[in-house]
Design a protein around this ligand. Structure first.
Ligand code: FES
Ligand code: FES
Length: 161
């Protein structure tokens, strides 16, 4: 079998099992977007430099463009589509991004939000400086950074109160 032979891959995404046939070299990012229609996760560079593709695997933030879909088999993947509650209620970080106007074009936003959820969970949202440092892997060409920091701070305060 060559690396171009499509093989079955099973992924657990946002609590649901998905099956696809793809070449072993397909990235998790392409599997989500092109094979499963979960287009919330964005491709800004495909080289690990922008953070637009940030998702969670087993609760940790990872860059889906640098992760093979096959590597994610058997692990719990969470994407931006899986953050809101079953009743449609926004996650606290999603709500904070809206309230603080933390996006313009919205292209970096799914990655920013997934990164922010993990940043808060990691305990790296203690100050604006710390938030800036631990959110530095997510680029925003619209320059929404001050609003993003404010949103992360708001959600972090809510998470601990
Ligand atoms: S698309 Fe993955 S880091 Fe840019
Ligand atoms: S909101 Fe446009 S790139 Fe961040």
């Amino acid at each position: 079998m060559t690396s171009k032979t499509p093989t079955p891959i099973q992924l657990q995404i946002n609590g649901h099992r998905h099956e696809l046939e793809a070449e072993p070299r397909v990235t998790l990012l392409d599997a989500l977007r092109d094979h499963l229609g979960l287009t919330g996760t964005k491709k800004g560079c495909d080289q690990g430099q922008c953070g637009a593709c940030t998702v969670h695997i087993d609760g940790q933030r990872v860059l889906a463009c640098l992760t093979l879909a096959a590597q994610a088999e058997g692990r719990a993947i969470t994407t931006i589509e899986g953050l809101a509650g079953e009743d449609g209620a926004l996650h606290a970080v999603q709500a904070a991004f809206l309230e603080q106007d933390a996006f313009q074009c919205g292209y970096c936003t799914p990655g920013q939000i997934m990164s922010a959820v993990a940043c808060i969970r990691e305990g790296h949202a203690g100050s604006d400086e710390e938030i800036r440092e631990y959110m530095a892997g997510n680029l925003c060409r619209c320059g929404a950074y001050p609003h993003i920091v404010a949103a992360v701070r708001q959600a972090a305060v809510e998470a601990t109160s």
